[in-house]
Design a protein around this ligand. Sequence first.
Ligand SMILES: Cc1cc2nc3c(=O)[nH]c(=O)nc-3n(C[C@H](O)[C@H](O)[C@H](O)COP(=O)(O)OP(=O)(O)OC[C@H]3O[C@@H](n4cnc5c(N)ncnc54)[C@H](O)[C@@H]3O)c2cc1C
Length: 405
Amino acid sequence: MDDITIIGGGIVGLSTAYALSKRFPHARLRVIEKENQWAKHQTGNNSGVIHSGIYYQPGSLKAKFAKAGSQQMKDFCEKYDINYDPCGKVIVATKETELSLLKYLYDRGIANGLDICMIGSDQLKEEEPYVEGLQAIKVPQAGIVDYKQVCETLVLLLKNHGAEMLLNTEVKNILEHEQKVEIITKVKEFNTSFVVNCGGLHSDRLTKMTGLKPDLQIVPFRGEYYELKPDKHYLVKNLIYPVPNPDFPFLGVHFTRMVNGGVEAGPNAVLSLKREGYRKTDFDLKDFSEVLSFKGFWKLAAKYWQEGAKEMWRSYSKKAFVKSLQELIPSIQEGDLEPAPSGVRAQALQSSGKLVDDFYIVSGKRSIHVCNAPSPAATACFPIGREIAEQVPEVESNQMFIKGS
Ligand SMILES: Cc1cc2nc3c(=O)[nH]c(=O)nc-3n(C[C@H](O)[C@H](O)[C@H](O)COP(=O)(O)OP(=O)(O)OC[C@H]3O[C@@H](n4cnc5c(N)ncnc54)[C@H](O)[C@@H]3O)c2cc1C
């Protein structure tokens, strides 16, 4: 037993393995992924935005890690020749009632140490000619990247380092003992000295396998998108966002130019009836009954049923979806959009009905569990990975981990 095992081959698992390879260059590393490819779930279906950190509560991990992470992501892309574009974005107030919230967001961005500026409607027209807004925040730090390409590079670096990279290996149970951890997979069993769970949509289940019982459950929210038809790409230069609802920063349709071409519009966020349910018709009895039997879900639903109903209505009505988009770009029409692939977010919810807002990491004796890594965790993956690597004990009783120089 002289190794560390990371479960989950999304961007958080891979960046954690990368950080561990730096902190413990002599330890044997193993990354276990249940799918037949890396980054198949949240990481491979996200919007590809390098977030700046403007939205998040000052002092939170999200604020700290998004700011540091966006710079580290750009540096990593430069170093390994990964296509990215530091194009910046605008957050636009379209109604008088949004102006105070926009100012609040601006102050938050300043408190988070960002170099942003408030612009009026004339300057907004220069940035985004087809957007109608009263005022906007210009955020030059935001950018776009292909996170799958970032993961491919991380996999290559880990393989070169000598890490064991295992696909098609689903973890079924984790038994944490005094001297070792047993990991039982569909394929074989592993003994390891330390395990890091970066299981995304299944991270709560993996955590509970070790006997830990954090007060949370992952609830899957599907983000549904449309894409602008190629002859309408001119409507969007870069990234155009509305003023977010502070209770649900992940709601609110926006426009995102993608680094590999194309412009995404969305998302509409609805409860997914399956943890990995990318289509409206996807259903899994176990996943859904777990949601229904969780009291936190009912408390959330009772409090925010109106927001939920609005999102569900928009999920079925393209007209309603387009109406929301027209608040930012009035000239956009139903015929300008075609359906695009969706993504499912792993959102941790507490039994009190409170959504866990910040990144949330839980430790066992020989394990660390990333229990909540929603957006901007792709942007923030390098600081998250480094934080986890720092939390792995340097030297344990049998002197297994020898810290590298
Ligand atoms: C629609 C959408 C848009 C987003 N947009 C952005 C954005 O623009 N910018 C940004 O910074 N963030 C964005 N995010 C958030 C970001 O994508 C996620 O926070 C991030 O990808 C989380 O990475 P992860 O590695 O934790 O999860 P994942 O990428 O989901 O990886 C978890 C992995 O664990 C594996 N796994 C699970 N259970 C097991 C098991 N039992 N055995 C073995 N393997 C297992 C899964 O197969 C999966 O590959 C978005 C998310 C979504 C869904």
